[in-house]
Ligand binder design. Structure first.
Ligand SMILES: Cc1cc2nc3c(=O)[nH]c(=O)nc-3n(C[C@H](O)[C@H](O)[C@H](O)COP(=O)(O)OP(=O)(O)OC[C@H]3O[C@@H](n4cnc5c(N)ncnc54)[C@H](O)[C@@H]3O)c2cc1C
Length: 332
């Protein structure tokens, strides 16, 4: 265990604050001692969905649990067990090389396997929940690993039980994914079909789709190694259809997509852009010039300043549209 460790290399925003204590988790046999340690615990994966607003009290546990194995297979599916410290993109690559379908649209999402179920990562019309069979999690209080079924994870849009009743109560140790040997491709979302066409692909494969997604993501999203960020800072808000129809009177070009009867989702990026924030820059903080959903650190930003900027954005969207934005990024 180390003391007073800078977390700058461990969060994609690149915020420079210290952890009081820091340790790497390589084996679940370390967990009982960490459970008994009697200090506040913070589980750290790739640090790509957190904003550090000050020195972190207690112990930061950097997840390095590694391994991908085939749990079982039948004629239609293969079940892959990935340890939670594996990089998510490496699991996508493993699946693609094996010709397995289900997660190819989620290529290049940063972070670890263990964090993927927490916010039910999603992109290009696919959510990880549709491939998760079970999640193994160490329960800090009970000091044992419990297996949660997909239903028990209570997945929702960027949401799961691990953000609610199990928040801070577990360390996810492994996830089992059920992947298809006969993939059904989802190319209708975003620019995937256009990108496939420009790559000269006429017969999609999981590999071709993943490469198309990777090309699109690289062209649209800032690379955290170049500009600190945590991807989309806000969720896309869901509002009643009646509210949407009222808003259309003054904002006839407001985009939307139906989510359930009587409810529509509105792109948060569009709302933020319309409030004039796209490309905003003040000192080291800002809103990305090409993607209004992404808040950025241009150098030595403080987490509290980014947090305050996010609050100003929430307030201005509320004032103009009467819609309350919810933050997707967690705060430590
Ligand atoms: C450039 C960029 C693009 C992105 N694009 C997308 C996207 O398209 N779709 C999307 O959904 N997300 C996206 N994200 C957000 C992020 O990649 C995901 O939320 C990812 O799952 C976070 O993983 P992580 O390991 O970095 O989590 P961290 O940031 O390390 O942790 C996030 C939270 O989960 C907790 N946690 C982490 N691991 C565990 C564990 N094993 N057990 C218990 N708790 C744990 C942490 O304590 C923390 O509260 C993007 C981020 C960036 C920087």
């Amino acid at each position: 265990m180390q003391q007073n460790v800078s977390l700058k290399p461990y969060n994609t925003f690149g915020i420079d604050v210290d952890a009081e204590y820091f340790t790497a988790l390589h084996n679940i046999s370390q967990l009982p001692a960490l459970s008994a340690a009697g200090i506040t615990r913070h589980v750290l994966g790739g640090g790509s969905n957190i904003l550090l607003t000050g020195p972190v009290k207690g112990i930061v546990i950097h997840n390095q649990l590694k391994g991908i194995t085939v749990e079982k297979e039948d004629i239609d599916y293969m079940w892959l067990r990935a340890q939670s410290g594996e990089l998510w993109h490496d699991v996508v690559m493993y699946a693609i090389e094996a010709g397995l379908g289900g997660i190819e649209n989620l290529a290049l999402i940063p972070g670890t396997v263990g964090a993927a179920p927490i916010q039910n990562i999603g992109a290009y019309g696919v959510e990880v929940k549709d491939t998760i069979e079970t999640v193994d999690a160490w329960l800090w209080d009970e000091q044992k690993v419990q297996t949660f079924t997909n239903t028990e994870c209570c997945f929702g849009y960027r949401d799961s039980v691990f953000k609610h009743s199990l928040k801070d109560k577990t360390l996810i140790t492994a996830v089992v994914f059920k992947l298809s040997k006969h993939p059904v491709y989802n190319t209708s979302y975003g620019a995937i079909s256009d990108e496939l066409a420009s790559l000269g692909v006429t017969e999609p494969t999981v590999k071709a789709i993943a490469h198309a997604v990777m090309n699109i993501r690289r062209s649209k999203l800032p690379d955290p190694k170049v500009i600190g960020n945590a991807g989309s800072f806000f969720k896309n808000p869901t509002i009643p259809t009646t509210q949407y129809e009222t808003l259309l009177v003054h904002h006839p070009d407001m985009p939307h997509y139906a989510v359930s009867p009587g409810q529509v989702k509105v792109p948060a990026g569009w709302l933020i852009e319309r409030c004039g924030w796209k490309g905003y820059k003040k000192g080291f903080i800002g809103v990305h010039a090409r993607q209004a959903l992404v808040l950025v650190n241009y150098g030595n930003a403080r987490g509290v300043d980014i947090w305050q900027l996010s609050g100003e954005i929430v307030a201005s969207v509320h004032e103009r549209f009467g819609i309350e934005l919810e933050r997707e990024v967690g705060v430590w």
